[in-house]
Design a protein around this ligand. Structure first.
Ligand code: FES
Ligand SMILES: [Fe+2]
Length: 437
């Protein structure tokens, strides 16, 4: 349970809020590469931390992020023409380059004016199928982060975006909530749940497939440079000696909005990026050592369902449907009346309302990772407000791993299975090491 004040601090992300100021210290995804697919393709209106932007790809293929509203008199540049090396406002034709340079002002023939002024523009890097930007203070801009999925060929990666009409924290908390997997995702976790017996789902790319039947995992949590990782320890079987063998599943939670979910052959990187206080852009990147099929994951996530998801706008539509699109008749055989992991997660988060009141909840031991996430986010805000680095500011996430249901041999610690997670260093550590050497 939280105080009303803590809930406000955690959930309000716009300009002028402490959480917004903490989050803008990080590079964040603002769009997928596929949303601005080619030179001079349609511009994209995109919100981030309560501010509105236009994302566009210029004639040479470079992507720019500018304030959405034209600096002349405030018309949306997302309606503009993208051509000849910039985006042109429809109203009076002012044209801007990706760096905010004013390239043309048809109603004001002053070269000096054009050279003296600039439209607000933000640094952009395209990597891993995503467009990343940094909207925080210039002098605090951190190095661009390296994440493992950025290293694989494009065909080994599937990138999905879903805009979900609720606060980011409801979705983020769902992602660090191991005890819901075997219940909410029963159809994936245990295809024979209806018969009251456990059969492991053998899909090796499905993070909802649990290898064992234990729905009350023991959670262990350890802080790391990127935030924390937690391991869900499930009893696999009890040996003749009465000593239980365990299966472990570790989830790195990297602040301020990321987590990694494992499946045997792929990892899912998920970012719950707050676009406004009451809307979230969920970016999911699935990658592995061999080519992956995006349609396969769209189906697994339930995002191939056109009633609930509009692929063109990336909008998740369940909140506009009666009962969030739940099909009660299908509950005779399916657990939720929904279909697919993301569909289930997103509908439940939406059902809490735009921003859930956490003063009314009754948390239990199984919610420990969620409590830890909240505590870290609040601590990160506190540090940032005190002029320190926020928690989890990391430049290289390369060694970070998320082992899927892995047997824990007797006498071995789960930490032995995540050695890379402890090698990750913060930007602050990197700075100190550079100064020392
Ligand atoms: S408002 Fe954009 S050019 Fe005038
Ligand atoms: Fe889930």
């Amino acid at each position: 349970m939280l105080t009303a004040e803590e809930n406000e601090t955690l959930t309000r992300v716009g300009p002028g809020t402490a959480m917004g100021r903490m989050m803008w210290r990080f590079w964040l995804p603002i769009a997928t590469t596929a949303q601005v697919p080619e030179p001079d393709s349609d511009p994209l209106q995109a919100n981030l931390l309560g501010q509105s932007f236009v994302v566009f790809r210029d004639s040479s293929g470079v992507v720019g992020v500018l304030d959405e509203l034209c600096m002349h008199r405030g018309v949306s540049l997302a309606l503009g023409r993208v051509e000849d090396g910039g985006v042109r406002c429809l109203y009076h034709g002012w044209k801007f380059g990706v760096d905010g340079a004013i390239l043309d002002t048809p109603n004001h023939c002053s070269d000096r004016f054009r050279k003296r002024m600039k439209a607000p523009a933000y640094p952009v890097v395209e990597a891993g199928g995503l467009v990343w930007t940094y909207i925080g203070p210039k002098k605090q801009q951190p190095p661009f982060p390296h994440l493992p999925f950025m290293d694989v060929p494009e065909e080994n990666r599937a990138v999905i975006r879903a805009n979900i009409a609720c606060n980011y924290l409801q979705l983020y908390e769902g992602g660090v909530d191991s005890s819901h997997v075997g219940v909410l995702h029963s159809n994936q976790a245990n295809p024979t749940w209806k018969a009251g017996e456990f059969t492991a789902n053998d899909e090796d790319d499905n993070p909802g497939a649990l290898s064992v039947a234990d729905n009350a995992p023991t959670l262990e949590i350890e802080d790391a440079a990127f935030g924390f990782h937690y391991v869900a320890k499930r009893v696999a079987e009890v040996g003749d000696d009465g000593i239980p063998a365990h299966s472990i599943r570790a989830t790195p939670v990297f602040l301020p909005v990321g987590r990694v979910i494992p499946a045997p052959t792929v990892e899912f990187y998920v970012f719950e990026v707050p676009t406004t206080d009451t809307e979230t852009a969920t970016f999911i990147v699935i990658y592995g050592n061999r080519p992956v099929s995006r349609p396969r994951f769209m189906e697994m996530l339930g995002l191939d369902d056109e009633r609930l998801f509009d692929e063109d706008t990336a909008d998740f539509l369940a909140h506009r449907l009666p009962r969030f699109g739940q099909d009660r008749r299908s509950m005779a055989t399916g657990w939720t009346g929904l279909r697919g992991i993301q569909q289930e997660d997103a509908v439940l988060a939406l059902s809490m309302g735009p921003v859930v009141d956490r003063t009314k909840e009754h948390v239990v031991a199984a919610d420990r990772a969620i409590m830890h996430l909240r505590a870290q986010l609040l601590e990160s805000v506190r540090r940032n407000e005190a002029g320190q680095h926020p928690l989890g500011l990391v430049a290289d996430y390369g060694p970070m791993r998320s082992p899927c249901d892995t047997d824990l041999e007797p006498g071995r610690a789960w930490r032995d299975h995540v050695p890379g997670n402890r090698e990750v260093t913060t930007v602050e550590d990197d700075e100190q090491m550079a100064t020392a050497s």
